[in-house]
Design a protein around this ligand. Structure first.
Ligand SMILES: [Zn+2]
Length: 585
């Protein structure tokens, strides 16, 4: 916004801790320019979470007043924006309540003795005045409540931010949680976790060590920290949670992960499989996306979607570097590193069609149905990062690598106060890897199958293709029943469907294999995997009645690709692997 007026400092107060689950928000806006009308808006989305959320939907009891307490008239200008008639007031204060009350990375919630919030949910901005205004936030909480946030502390319970961007990019924990820290490369890396029972001394031993190793490995990749302190906020509820994830911020990350999934204290503080990659991924965003950012999101705007074709780089290559950091730090063995890449391959190959990561990146805002997940560009982007890394290392006899590209993006774009485009990225890579334009045209912008077999062996990674024939019954199974198993779902067009099975029936026998043992699917497959098209009797109980019907067997051919480190690879290839993973294959 080149012509924007610089708004003067804006102050906010957030009060929590009453008997309700409501955030009470007060904000004061200078009206030095004497405008008749002040437009105030809440963001439609939170950077990093590419989805229109319209936080204004949770707001109620909105009011506006002049400094003398006079109420000022207001109306809604659009779904996210309030229009206030200032009546010449030099300052306008606003009060409202909001209660998103959801366990979600971009929302906010109050529980007994604990709360967290995302600034995008609470902090109004004056429309048309830019985002570079300083802000002061007072956090009004009950006595004894702790506060953890990436915001800079000021007097008492006040915090400050030098711009609206930084203000809303620092989630806040309030109340009761465990808090500890390690020092890495001269700055504190803190962990705040709720509930505090999630952080036993044994778990902290493991998590603290992991944070130290991840931060130091990623600092080394990027040439050092770009923050003066980093905060990991973890909400780890006991009990069930059917998802886990994290969201990156300016100098912090907010992760939601069920307590047992995060770490188990029972076996010497073992971290869950998901925990290390999650911490490493969100931490790497400190550089990649928070600072090295696609030009289309520079600066962030909050009223509408910002489309970029580059999320394969911002998310997928971040995933690649999370794995690389875990390997180089020794937290993962070379085998675990390659297993992670294998899982990426499987996710890409399991997609129903080949999608360009640039299209998937733009489409993420609409959660498209053409791939299972809008997040297709994570695994595919990670593999593209690996292939570009191998390409650069082979073309320069290991004198250069993808780390150099990352560091060049940091110095040539972020340090110059700007974002980068795909053209900029290709320009940086081209001098080291002349094949990058062809690679880009075919596999990044284009939809050709990824060239695992021709590229990965150059990096000391063997590609094994497997084909498996699997005889299909076509049912989902519930509990065991006398002599068989309860059917909960029937796949249309399957053997079970043709035999007339329905949910709640009890499947007793398929062909000559009885369904009475929990291991019967294994017996069934070893008997029928080679019998595509043969007709077999199916025996089941329907409404207490015994039914025997014949149906046709279908055998599905399952193809999979597995990667493994190849100790027998040529010396150049093994050197590339060692450069990437920090250890010989
Ligand atoms: Zn991410």
């Amino acid at each position: 916004m080149p012509c924007a007026l610089q708004a003067q400092g804006i102050s906010y107060r957030v009060r929590v801790g009453g008997s309700d689950r409501t955030f009470h928000v007060h904000a004061e806006f200078p009206n030095g320019a004497g405008r008749d009308t002040l437009l105030l808006a809440l963001p439609a989305w939170s950077p990093g979470s590419y989805e229109i959320m319209d936080y204004a939907r949770y707001v109620h009891t909105f009011s506006a007043a002049a400094p003398d307490g006079r109420a000022l008239p207001w109306s809604k200008a659009d779904k996210d924006t309030w229009r206030i008639l200032t009546r010449g007031a030099s300052r306008v204060s606003v009060d409202f309540e909001t209660d998103p009350d959801s366990v979600a990375l971009e929302l906010s919630r109050i529980e007994p003795g604990f709360a967290w919030f995302n600034g995008t949910n609470l902090f109004l901005y004056p429309v048309g005045q830019g985002f570079d205004f300083p802000a002061d936030v007072e956090l009004d909480v009950p006595p004894g409540w702790r506060i953890a946030t990436g915001l800079a502390p000021a007097e008492g319970s006040h915090y400050r931010a030098s711009s609206y961007h930084d203000l809303v990019d620092a989630p806040v924990f309030l109340g009761r949680f465990a808090y500890d820290s390690v020092v890495v490369d001269g700055r504190p890396v803190r962990l705040a976790i709720h509930p505090d029972s999630a952080l036993t001394p044994v778990v902290w031993d493991t998590v603290g060590r992991a944070l130290r190793l991840i931060a130091s490995a990623e600092d080394r990749i990027m040439g050092g920290p770009v923050d003066s302190g980093y905060t990991v906020l973890v909400y780890a509820p006991a009990g069930e949670l059917d998802w886990a994830g994290g969201l990156e911020h300016h100098n912090s990350q907010f992760d939601v992960i069920a307590m047992d999934f995060f770490a188990s204290d029972r076996r010497r503080g073992i971290l869950g499989d998901f925990t290390l990659p999650l911490l490493a991924h969100e931490f790497f965003h400190l550089w990649n996306v928070k600072r090295i950012r696609p030009a289309a999101m520079w600066p962030y705007e909050y009223a509408h979607a910002q489309y970029t074709p580059l999320l394969w780089w911002s998310e997928g290559v971040t995933d690649y570097y999370a794995d690389v950091a875990l390997a180089r730090s020794g937290l993962w063995t070379p085998e675990q590193f390659v297993d992670g890449l294998s899982a990426d391959v499987q996710q890409v190959e399991d997609a129903a069609e080949i999608v360009s990561v640039e299209d998937a990146s733009v489409d993420t805002w609409i959660h498209p149905t053409y791939v299972d997940e809008a997040q297709y560009y994570y695994p595919k982007g990670a593999l593209l990062g690996l292939m570009l890394d191998i390409g650069i290392r082979r073309a320069t006899a290991d004198r250069h690598c993808l780390d150099d590209v990352m560091r060049a993006l940091l110095s040539d774009y972020w340090r110059q106060g700007r974002g980068f485009t795909t053209g900029d990225l290709l320009d940086l890579i081209r001098p080291w890897y002349g094949g990058v334009d062809d690679f880009y045209r075919r596999f990044i912008r284009g939809r050709e199958p990824l060239p695992y077999d021709s590229v990965l062996p150059l990096g000391g990674i063997a590609v094994e293709r497997h084909e498996e024939r699997v005889a299909q019954v076509g049912v989902a199974m519930g509990k065991e029943e006398a002599g068989g198993v309860e059917v909960t779902e029937v796949v249309p067009g399957s053997l079970a469907d043709e035999a007339g099975l329905a949910p709640d029936d009890v499947l007793l026998k398929v062909g000559d294999v009885s369904a009475s043992s929990p291991l019967w699917p294994i017996a069934f497959r070893s008997r029928y995997d080679g019998a595509d098209g043969s007709v077999v009797p199916v025996t089941y109980r329907h409404a207490g009645r015994l039914v025997v019907r014949s149906a046709t067997l279908h055998v599905r051919v399952a193809r999979s690709i597995a990667l493994r480190p190849d100790p027998a690879a040529a010396p150049e290839a093994r050197a590339v692997f060692e450069g990437i993973a920090g250890a010989r294959p």
